[in-house]
Ligand binder design. Sequence first.
Ligand SMILES: Cc1cc2nc3c(=O)[nH]c(=O)nc-3n(C[C@H](O)[C@H](O)[C@H](O)COP(=O)(O)O)c2cc1C
Ligand SMILES: Cc1ncc(COP(=O)(O)O)c(C=O)c1O
Length: 267
Amino acid sequence: MGTREVPGRQTVRPRAGPMLQDSGVPHADDDAAARTSRRTTASSTATPARTATTLDPAAMRAHYRAEGLSEQDLEPGPFAQFSLWFAQAEASGLHEPNAMIVSTADERGRPSSRTVLLKRYDEQGFVFFTNYGSRKGRELEANPYVSLLFPWHGIARQVIISGTAERTGRDETAAYFRTRPHGSQLGAWASEQSSRVASREELDRMYAQLAARYPEGEDVPAPAQWGGYRVRPESVEFWQGRENRLHDRLRFTRTEDDGWEVERLCP
Ligand SMILES: Cc1cc2nc3c(=O)[nH]c(=O)nc-3n(C[C@H](O)[C@H](O)[C@H](O)COP(=O)(O)O)c2cc1C
Ligand SMILES: Cc1ncc(COP(=O)(O)O)c(C=O)c1O
């Protein structure tokens, strides 16, 4: 099984800070005073699981000491710029730089957000896979406007994409589904995503039935309700944290002839 299915067993080395400094990619530093004053009632004797630690979020103050992002530094289009930053996020040691927040809204404009994994991107758009019957799936069917946000805090960067989502073709979905671990394929069948389930046991029972029907090595077809969305961007903002909260924000916006124009926004 992959590490995501067994989160407690992940071995994630916190190597973002040193590597970033070595590679010259911008980084975020904690304020030392803030670090020590954050824990107001920490007890050194309690076991971690039971510690009643009160953290003061207002005392968490990171300083962004970064090289700037200037108009001259930008790649000619948002996809090339995203490729560059995505590679730098990966090289920095950030955990799952392909994790992004997807925000959707229902037909009455009520928003909802969740994390999903980016699986592919090119000039056509940014692709993730999910259950079409999930809350996000239902919202996207009613209202295709969507926002994607890559929260690369460890390198004081974020990328915000705004656009519209459309389903990927079935061939593309099936091709991706085949690359998933067998257990995750069964998980997609076992979980009617976002619907209520009576108990954990029921979910496990469902999975066990599927595992008996499709033993390891047997092909599992993609469920009809499972598939990809491709987000075609209308705008892509590149945010670089800077000192004194005077960050750099450069936004590409699609023009009528499918080119891009760039604007700088106040931080
Ligand atoms: C790091 C991470 C990655 C995730 N990746 C996906 C994904 O690629 N697809 C997906 O459907 N759910 C993914 N999830 C679960 C979603 O966050 C969410 O719980 C689920 O899609 C149901 O969302 P909804 O009820 O708002 O539709 C991921 C969660 C985390 C924390
Ligand atoms: C519910 C759900 N679906 C899909 C995914 C993406 O999984 P994969 O990388 O196997 O496609 C995740 C990842 O965490 C998930 O939690």
